[in-house]
Design a binder for this molecule. Structure first.
Ligand SMILES: NC(=O)c1ccc[n+]([C@@H]2O[C@H](COP(=O)([O-])OP(=O)(O)OC[C@H]3O[C@@H](n4cnc5c(N)ncnc54)[C@H](O)[C@@H]3O)[C@@H](O)[C@H]2O)c1
Length: 351
């Protein structure tokens, strides 16, 4: 029997179509469910920390993971100065392949999808870490990811007030404009201290390849939950080390976060809890209302595995299926050479 050799392709426009058709709330709910279900079957996955290649300007990373059925990887970069050149700070694409044959069944954009899955993962953690009655969130850093965090926390966690700050006022203005349709109080702030004051949850999602101190200890009130998303590679952090020392730290995949997260500022034996243990019930999340909790998010390959699976299912349910010929379609799989002679494509010499 011949296995199909066509690879399904999902463009950024396709992902936007899925979100528009399903609605943002439903998309975030379903995607967060897929991610949570996969975190609950943690042991089914062959995991590794991502492979990162650095320059002084940024980083390019490969993020592989597999279970018995599928192998996925994401290519992603992080170049905080990119916006000056008209490129996003974070750009990504990825592949989902069948484990039994290695056939790449899906190649998809993951730039938009990363913003959705990062917000979904943040909510997954906040559900077990933030105080139950949380209604107000500060967002420090109002760039490409920020609206997705705002929407996920509003729709899935009931956040009703967003306190926004960015060193770039135009970024905050853009964020407010994009969120103005929500039944949410949007508060532009003049400083980080003003934004975080009184907030139940603080999301830090800035981009700068430096050991920044976006949050300092005097800004942190008892009971707050910090969703730390922007510190995600060596030499790129957002929280003052003293905040970490007086908080409970929760991570995605400990070996990776020790290298890339806020955790890189602490000794190797500093105790942290993998969030999947809280979800599985083998560790506690928040234990009392005065506890300061931190989700030290760096982004883990499993979230992209879930996202590729989700977007493929969503595309199929909407009849959105186009494919590309990434792998040669051979009459005799041992006769690769025949392809050269039989190619119907004419080479056009560009002058
Ligand atoms: N943890 C994850 O899974 C994950 C996923 C995606 C992105 N990220 C990280 O999130 C960060 C934001 O990504 P993005 O795509 O929104 O980037 P972006 O460049 O679009 O936006 C970043 C914003 O941060 C602002 N900023 C920089 N320094 C600041 C400071 N000191 N105070 C306040 N604001 C400041 C910038 O002006 C900019 O508007 C990046 O660092 C990225 O690497 C993490």
């Amino acid at each position: 029997m011949k296995t199909p050799t066509k690879t399904q392709f999902l463009s950024p426009e396709d992902i936007a179509y899925i979100v528009q058709t399903k609605g943002m709330k439903k998309t975030l709910e379903e995607l967060t469910d897929y991610i949570t279900q996969d975190f609950l079957r943690w042991d089914a996955f062959e995991k590794s920390a991502r492979i990162a290649n650095h320059t002084s300007e940024g980083v390019i990373e490969l993020m592989p993971i597999s279970d018995k059925d599928y192998y996925t990887f994401k290519y992603v970069n992080g170049h905080p100065k990119n916006t000056h050149f008209g490129l996003p700070t974070v750009m990504a694409f990825g592949v989902l392949a069948a484990m039994n044959t290695g056939m790449p069944e899906l190649i998809s954009e993951l730039t938009l999808t990363t913003a959705l899955r990062t917000a979904g993962t943040s909510v997954m953690a906040a559900r077990v870490l933030a105080r139950k009655n949380s209604t107000s969130m500060a967002i420090i850093g109002n760039g490409a990811q920020s609206e997705f965090q705002a929407l996920a926390f509003h729709y899935l966690l009931g956040i009703k007030e967003l306190r926004l700050f960015d060193i770039d006022v135009a970024a905050t203005d853009k964020c407010i404009k994009n969120l103005s349709h929500l039944p949410v109080r949007l508060v532009p702030c003049r400083s980080i201290a003003e934004a975080v004051f009184g907030a139940d949850i603080i999301t830090t999602i800035t981009a700068d390849k430096t050991n920044a101190t976006i949050l300092t200890p005097e800004m942190i009130q008892p009971g707050v939950h910090i969703n730390g998303v922007g510190g995600d590679c060596p030499g790129k952090t957002e929280l003052h080390v003293d905040i970490l020392l007086r908080s409970s730290l929760f991570v995605e995949y400990e070996p990776q976060t020790r290298i890339e997260g806020e955790l890189q500022q602490l000794p190797e034996n500093f105790a942290v809890t993998e969030i999947r243990k809280v979800l599985q019930g083998s560790a506690k999340g928040r234990t009392h209302n005065d506890q300061v909790t931190i989700f030290d998010s760096v982004g883990f390959a499993l979230e992209d595995y879930s996202s590729l699976r989700y977007m493929r299912d969503a595309a199929a349910s909407l009849g959105l299926i186009h494919s590309i010929a990434l792998i040669p379609d051979l009459i005799n799989p041992k006769d690769l050479y025949r392809l050269i002679g039989s190619s119907s494509q004419k080479l056009v010499k560009v002058k």
